[in-house]
Design a protein around this ligand. Structure first.
Ligand code: ARG
Ligand code: ZN
Length: 877
């Protein structure tokens, strides 16, 4: 362990920057061995800071070598500056000056993938959150906004494409015969939005005419062999640009918008001004190589990054504690966009399912933090589900509380009021409040309080007066870091049904309607619905109107009623999930007690009714048929018994498959549509239902089902069907599974993104020697430790293997810890993410819990990056 541990940064310590940088002029002399960066920063003291003597402290990194420093063109002598812990400190400055700084960096040795680095044959950057300081010394904080002019010098033969933010304004030859290009971005921006790309890239050109009839050039750059996979992203980009005009009145502002795909990237994509950089897995798509899920992901991420141009770039964050200001809002925007492009309910079910599984688990674990954290050690650790997904839920609740029209007015006011500024989450809520007149004072607590609120509902019916009383209590669990928790303002959308499933109209505080939004804003409240003749069945939290855990003592027949008759599609799904959770919980308990499993399943009834309802969207049917995942059941359990959960799921799935085998076979054949692949909601729905049906049908272990799986694998004209068949074969012990996996690799070994899917599936296999198999996979030529996608595929897949990762002897945990230690020094961000499954140790059953904890302790004894140190030390605290 290090002598001194990394320090914590607090929101309460925020101070305005002592200096401003009006203009930033950068010159990059790119080279395979050493790259020289020259910056000319036009700086002045910040009048708002009120201090006139503070030294100038610029952020840098150990990997940046200072080779020249001048103020107003006078070289600074060594006694006038020093470098300490990566920072450059200049003791005395004028009120206004130009600082010239020359640094030497080695992008080819940058394995952290932050700052300037190489991916395949190109140079590229990732500066959010604090990558820019690995390029040159700077005030690397989002409230320092500057106008950038960037000159790139390189050998044109190897780097014919040289890109940066804004517009290209000049191109020429240097005296040494190298090529230079100059880019200018007229919009002031923080350094985290800076980007540079240089390489031998192919381009797809297109254009878009904005609502005010300006023509914008659109370009997507990839390595030449991938150019045939960018058409879908280009169309998605144009849809996003149109949608942002129509839904939010936001028009694009530069004359050119560029996207570049790179293979080595820590996250999904990055919204750099005018020059988005994407992980190729989030941009490239073709029917043969890309599944439906990935198509939808490409569209959503293209939209997300594009939408950031307003929610993030034109209006940015004051400090990184405000990260959800741009991320929560932008996720909400991309979710709404996808809902508009496809199906609103399907999208909502998928998003909620993800939130309830992964964000709820995060919020109940050691890294739990408010949507606006109060402190952090390493900001990279806070690109979390809480900031993104729970942040989006907060914005969605504002939308519910204000209604669509007032929400739009609030958004207009926000963009108008803060254009060109770096602001806070409070500013966002204030704009929403000012434009609508809706009091959001209490609501703001959602930003500062961590944890998932538990809402408990009870009810009674007074037949004499026809009054239905619904009492709701809320409680956010207290934790060591948050010993007192307070009530939140929770919007609860509610409808009432009679016992035949008919929708009821009721009056609540003077308004008569089929649906009401309850404002639960204290620890206990009773709501009185009048005008009823018998006790209704409540449909609570429709559309998942707030990110809470809702408890209401539904009988199974109530749930079956909601599942078949609720007018809220989301709650039909939710009711089916609840029946499944109840039945699975019984089975899990039997398994833990060492009993043989047995169950009189009511879900069979529900599924029968569901399958006979012709009016439903096949995509919804597929979702309702999908049993709660291992991960979701783990989130609900305490303690977690991974093997029992697996056994219970398997038991219920087989039971349902046998009870409804004829139905599943029919369903499979009915939705097995052929024809040219299209990534439309309709076709995706059919494929999804077909493959869900197949996954049940094979559980009957019929030869026909196994044969159908094999045939689908062999003859599919698209990756969705081929990969579904392969996964089903692998997880159902199809006799041909091993051969199919091998054939799949042979067929696709030249397509890295497909190979990643193969790596993931191979690593997820349950077998007694899963640890040995995953080690072998990491030796395979298809694997590369430098590539985050491959690391995520193999170790992510391995995490799903119960006999592998969760092997009782602890070998899976030990293996993962080894990989974390190995990656800690090479790529701290990736290493830190890999810790997540181990951080859940406190919720794990005793045997496994101790072994996980021991591995965390072993990691903590190493010399750690800030990233890994923060996660591991907080997990053990
Ligand atoms: N702002 C990016 C997005 O949401 C995420 C980039 C974060 N990258 C990082 N290395 N922390 O699209
Ligand atoms: Zn984002």
């Amino acid at each position: 362990m290090k002598e001194s541990q990394p320090s914590t940064i607090y929101l309460k310590d925020y101070k305005v920057p002592p200096f401003l940088i009006d203009k930033t002029e950068l010159t990059f002399d790119l080279d395979e061995t050493t790259t020289v960066v020259t910056s000319r920063l036009h700086m002045r003291r910040n009048p708002a800071s009120g201090k006139s003597t503070e030294p100038l402290v610029l952020d840098g990194g150990e990997d940046v070598k200072l080779i020249g420093l001048a103020m107003d063109d006078y070289a600074l002598p060594p006694e006038e500056y020093r470098i300490s812990e990566g920072k450059l400190i200049i003791t005395a400055t004028a009120d206004e000056f130009v600082l010239t700084c020359e640094t030497l960096i080695e992008p080819q040795n940058n394995t952290r993938l932050e700052g300037l680095y190489r991916s395949s044959s190109m140079f590229c950057t990732q500066c959010e959150a604090e990558g820019f300081r690995h390029i040159t010394y700077y005030l690397d904080r989002p409230d320092v906004m500057s106008v950038f002019t960037t000159t790139i010098i390189a050998d044109e033969a190897r780097y014919p494409v040289m890109l940066s933010n804004g517009n290209q304004v000049e191109k020429g030859k240097t005296e040494e015969g190298k090529t230079f290009v100059v880019w200018h971005d007229p919009f002031p921006k923080p350094a985290y939005l800076f980007a540079l790309v240089a390489g031998d890239l192919a381009v797809k050109n297109d254009s878009f005419v904005t609502q005010s009839e300006r023509e914008v050039t659109l370009q997507i750059f990839t390595e030449p062999h991938n150019l045939d996979k960018v058409d879908y992203a280009m169309e998605a980009l144009k849809r996003s640009m149109r949608w942002d005009e129509e839904a939010y009145g936001r028009e694009y502002d530069l004359d050119i918008f560029m996207i570049v795909a790179v293979d080595d990237f820590n996250m999904g994509a990055m919204e750099n001004k005018g020059l988005n950089i994407f992980n190729s897995s989030c941009l490239l798509a073709s029917p043969e190589t890309t599944t439906d899920d990935s198509y939808l992901r490409v569209e959503a991420i293209v939209a997300h990054e594009y939408f950031h141009n307003w929610s993030g770039n034109r209006v940015t964050c004051r400090d990184w504690f405000q990260l959800s200001l741009k991320e929560g809002f932008t996720v909400f925007r991309d979710q709404t966009f996808s809902a508009d492009m496809h199906s609103e309910i399907v999208k909502r079910v998928e998003d909620v399912s993800f939130l309830r599984t992964a964000q709820f688990a995060e919020d109940a674990g050691p890294m739990s933090h408010p949507v606006r954290p109060a402190s952090f050690i390493e900001i990279s650790n806070f690109y979390t589900l809480t900031i993104y997904e729970k942040g989006a839920e907060i914005v969605r609740m504002v939308h519910t509380l204000l209604g669509a029209e007032k929400f739009r007015a609030g958004s207009d006011l926000y963009f108008d009021r803060h254009d060109g500024q770096a602001v806070t989450c409070d500013d966002f809520i204030t704009a929403m409040q000012d434009s609508s007149g809706v009091d959001l004072t209490l609501f703001k607590r959602w930003y500062s309080q961590a944890g998932t609120p538990v809402v408990t509902a009870t009810d009674e019916f007074d037949s004499a007066s026809g009054t239905y009383r619904l009492t709701m209590k809320q409680q956010t669990p207290a934790t060591k870091n948050q010993p007192t928790t307070l009530p939140l303002h929770i919007p609860v959308r509610v409808g009432l049904l009679d016992t035949s499933g008919k929708v009821l109209t009721s009056a609540l505080s003077g308004s008569t309607s089929e649906e009401h939004v309850l404002h639960l804003n204290s620890s206990e409240q009773t709501f009185e619905f009048t005008g009823l003749t018998s006790k209704p069945v409540p449909s609570l939290l429709r559309g998942f109107s707030a990110p809470v855990k809702l408890h209401y003592d539904y009988s199974t027949s109530d749930l079956l009623l909601l599942m078949s008759s609720d007018t809220d599609g989301f709650n039909r799904w939710s009711a089916a999930q609840q029946i499944a959770v109840n039945e699975l919980t019984m089975l899990i308990n039997q398994s833990i007690a060492g009993e043989s499993l047995s169950l009189e399943s009511q879900l069979v009834k529900g599924f029968k009714a569901l399958l006979s309802d012709e009016s439903l969207d096949p995509a919804m049917v597929a979702l309702i048929l999908t049993l709660p995942s291992q991960a979701y059941l783990s989130e609900l359990a305490n303690p977690i018994h991974p093997a029992a959960i697996k056994e219970a799921r398997q038991y219920l799935k087989t039971l349902l498959a046998n009870a409804l085998s004829g139905e599943f076979e029919l369903l499979y054949n009915k939705h097995n549509i052929q024809g040219e692949y299209q990534a439309t909601a309709e076709d995706i729905a059919h494929r999804s239902l077909k493959n869900t049906a197949l996954s049940y049908w094979v559980e009957t272990n019929s030869d026909q089902a196994h044969q159908a799986t094999f045939e689908q694998f062999r003859t599919a004209n698209n990756m969705t069907d081929q990969f579904s068949a392969l996964s089903i074969a692998v997880h159902s012990n199809n006799a041909k599974a091993t051969d199919m996996l091998a054939a799949f690799y042979e067929q696709w070994k030249a397509e890295p993104l497909v190979v990643n899917k193969w790596l993931m599936l191979s690593a997820s296999q349950d077998s007694s020697d899963a640890v040995a198999s995953v080690k072998a996979l990491m030796e395979h030529t298809a694997f590369d430790l430098k590539n985050p996608n491959k690391v995520r595929s193999v170790l992510g897949g391995f995490g799903q293997s119960i006999s592998g990762f969760h092997n009782e002897d602890g070998s899976g945990y030990h293996f993962l810890a080894d990989q974390i230690i190995l990656l800690n020094s090479r790529n701290p961000q990736i290493a830190s993410r890999l810790c997540t499954p181990l951080t859940r140790w406190k919720k794990m059953e005793a045997k496994r819990s101790e072994k996980m904890k021991a591995e965390l302790e072993r990691i903590l004894a190493q010399d750690l990056s800030k990233d890994v140190y923060e996660v591991v030390s907080k997990s053990l605290a």
